[in-house]
Ligand binder design. Structure first.
Ligand code: CP
Length: 305
């Protein structure tokens, strides 16, 4: 039984195979429509979500399986003080696989130590979000045809943005990837990501506060929301929240081949005027996320199609 807690739990070869399965699901959905018949996915969400929870549920339904779960801690026995360890021991009696989102970093890892079913980290605090990375990798590969030899700009809240940390870890394994880290000084990528992933891997990167200056270099622009829920100080959030707002004029010097991603939800950091630009792929990214979650469920349940 294998869980997915960190994107590095999957080798590059496993990721390549999942990308191939996702392509096959897109091309031949009927082939997969009953392969999880009789299986149950539990969604254990201690923190709000639209995409991740509902895409996991849609993914399991499109595989012919069923879904149980809760969408907020207050409607589970966590509200009475039950621990994550006890909850997943119980859920293991009901379901074959579980996706967990939790505000505390490391909670899904703890869950995986006590569960007897595979646990999927569906986002833990400001730490990691590996299944968003699956969506991001699928989007980048389908839109550009590759995962190597890319200049990837990440913009916004690079400190608390867990999707950023997982994406850097995943893409640093492909050759010729260079990162441009665009953020206010207060929201730079944490040192542990820079030291453990970028410096240790000898990966080329620069840090800057100036999005427009670096725009012409970028193959990928990954915009992120400033994570209000992780700030200790509302004033600091209000000061930083609108620092980067992508508007059409800021794309004047961008490549025609640029692809703009965002894990969503969007607040104010991408103008709706960008939505119809062919370079904006953040809603396609949502759809690819569902296919990659289908591929992940199949992998963790050891179902070959
Ligand atoms: N991208 C993402 O995790 O969205 P949700 O918070 O809506 O799940």
């Amino acid at each position: 039984m294998k869980s997915l807690i960190n994107i590095l739990d999957l080798s590059v070869e496993e990721l390549d195979e999942m990308l191939r399965v996702a392509d096959d699901i897109i091309d031949h959905p009927q082939k997969y429509s009953e392969v999880c018949h009789g299986k149950k996915l539990a969604t254990l969400f201690y923190e709000p979500s639209t995409r991740t929870r509902l895409s996991f549920e849609a993914a399991m339904m499109e595989l012919g399986g069923n879904v149980i779960g809760f969408s907020e801690a207050s409607s589970s026995s966590a509200a009475k003080g039950e621990s994550v360890a006890d909850t997943v021991r119980v859920i293991s009696c009901y379901a074959d696989i579980a996706a967990m989102r939790h505000p505390k970093e490391g909670a899904p890892l703890v869950a995986s130590m006590y569960a007897t079913i595979p646990i999927i980290n569906a986002g833990d605090g400001g730490h990691n979000h590996p299944t968003q990375t699956l969506a991001d990798l699928c989007t980048i590969r389908r839109e550009t045809g590759r995962l190597s030899n890319l200049t990837v700009g990440l913009c916004g809240d690079l400190k608390f943005g867990r999707t950023v940390h997982s994406l850097i870890a995943a893409m640093a394994r492909y050759s010729g990837v260079r990162f441009v880290l665009i953020s206010p000084d207060e929201l730079r990528v944490p040192d542990y990501v820079k030291h453990d992933v970028l410096d240790r891997g000898g990966i080329e990167y620069i840090e800057t506060t100036d999005l427009e200056q670096v725009m012409p270099q970028l193959d990928i622009l990954y915009m992120t929301r400033v994570q209000r829920e992780r700030f200790f100080n509302e004033e600091e959030y209000l000061r930083l929240k609108d620092r980067y707002i992508l508007t059409p004029d800021k794309l004047t010097d961008a490549k025609e081949s640029l692809r703009i991603l965002h894990p969503l939800p969007r607040v104010n950091e991408i103008s709706v005027a960008i939505d119809n630009d062919p370079r904006a792929v953040y809603f396609k990214q949502v759809l690819y996320g569902k296919y990659m979650r289908m591929a992940l469920i199949l992998k963790l349940l050891n179902i070959q199609v």
